[in-house]
Structure formats: structure tokens, C-alpha cells
Design a protein around this ligand. Structure first.
Ligand SMILES: [Zn+2]
Length: 90
């Protein structure tokens, strides 16, 4: 038996929240085969069973998403400005 297969069969433990130690609830599990990858990747989403803790996590996630979005917009603007400058120089 290949080592890789043994690795995939490791027992499923109930994951615990890293913040408060409460058990995590499985929200969704998606398995997809990504391009260039030989093995399907499983992405699991959990939420904390401790409501206030999960709310705090949601807030943090929203904040992080906002920062990422702002960065993407800023990058796009910078790229456009660069292209605009190129056009003017041509
Ligand atoms: Zn928690």
C-alpha cells in the first residue's frame, strides 16, 4: 500500500475552535480536483458552536475580505494609471 493512501485514511477528529475550544460544526465540505493536481482537494468549512465566538470570527472575516477587496481595487487602479501613462508616452 502506498504511503499516500494511508495518510488519507487518518481518523476524523472533531475539530475544536482555536479561539475558545468549543467543538466546531461542519458547515460544508467540497471536494474538487484542481487543475494540475493529481488528487482531489477537500475544502471543509466549519463554524464555532459558541455563537458569540462565531460572530467575532465573522466580523474578522468580513474585515479581512474588505481589506482584500480594497487592495484589489487599489491594484487595479494602479494598473490602469500605469497603462494610461504608457498611452500618453506613446
Ligand atoms: Zn470559538
Amino acid at each position: 500500500m502506498e504511503n499516500g493512501i494511508i495518510h488519507l485514511l487518518k481518523p476524523q477528529l472533531t475539530p475544536k475552535c482555536s479561539q475558545c475550544g468549543s467543538p466546531l460544526i461542519l458547515v460544508s465540505e467540497t471536494t474538487e480536483l484542481k487543475e494540475g493536481s493529481r488528487f482531489p482537494q477537500t475544502t471543509t468549512k466549519y463554524r464555532c458552536s459558541n455563537e458569540p465566538c462565531q460572530e467575532e470570527k465573522d466580523k474578522q472575516t468580513a474585515k479581512r475580505m474588505k481589506i482584500l477587496q480594497d487592495k484589489a481595487v487599489a491594484d487595479q487602479k494602479r494598473l490602469e494609471a500605469k497603462q494610461e501613462k504608457k498611452k500618453q508616452n506613446a
